[in-house]
Ligand binder design. Structure first.
Ligand code: CO
Length: 212
């Protein structure tokens, strides 16, 4: 077993902690007192899309949930618990769903290869392909179609967020809460705002609006 990487990250942690303390001896004491992040980030587990780092956010500024292909699944207790805590306790003002081009989960959903348990998670992404089959199948270039699917998947997750009882109750109560969809370019380091910015349920289908 190669322990070099493992040893290195422990040393990195000490060095990082020391550098923070050199700037401000009270830094960790201040953080330990509590958090009040303005943003909930729902992103992909992909190691190349670190939430804080790509938006220059400091500890305490972003509440984070990540899973494969940045999905908002209505029955996912993990996601629902994070969302509920972020909206109702932390009172975040913004929720960003951030996908990324080249997403392995989205790519897998375009194919037929069985990978394992993840096949079941990817079913949700395949459902989105089915909803948008006509448009996606019309894109001849496979990479362009892949990129378009990544974007559509993010937009659908933003709408799925809006459909949750948690978000609709917050809006109904007049809470200021904005939902956004982004896609990050692995090869550029730049995020694209998909301009699916929701602040109330006006854009939702009638059937998706809850009377709370
Ligand atoms: Co991904």
């Amino acid at each position: 077993m190669n322990l070099d990487f493992y040893k290195k990250i422990i040393e990195n942690n000490k060095a990082w902690s020391n550098s923070k303390l050199a700037e401000d001896p009270e830094y960790f004491k201040m953080l330990a007192e509590g958090q009040s992040p303005p943003l909930l980030w729902i992103g992909c587990s992909d190691s190349r899309v670190p939430a804080n780092e790509i938006i220059g956010a400091q500890p305490g500024e972003v509440f984070v949930h990540r899973n494969i292909a940045n999905m908002v699944i209505h029955s996912d207790m993990n996601m629902l618990s994070v969302l509920d805590y972020a909206v109702n306790i932390l009172k975040v003002k913004h929720v960003i769903v951030c996908g990324h081009y080249g997403c392995g989960g989205v790519k897998a959903a375009m194919g037929n290869q069985s990978i394992g348990i993840i096949d079941n998670w990817i079913r949700h992404i395949k459902d989105i392909y089915r909803h948008h089959r006509q448009y996606l199948d019309s894109i001849i270039n496979e990479n362009d179609r892949f990129n378009a699917f990544v974007e559509i998947n993010v937009k659908e997750q933003v709408y799925d967020l809006a459909k949750t009882s948690i978000v609709q109750a917050a809006w109904k109560n007049g809470q200021e809460l904005y939902l956004h969809g982004w896609v990050y370019g692995l090869d550029t380091g730049i995020v694209k705002d998909l301009e699916v910015n929701l602040k109330d349920n006006a854009d939702l289908d009638k059937v998706d609006r809850l009377t709370i």
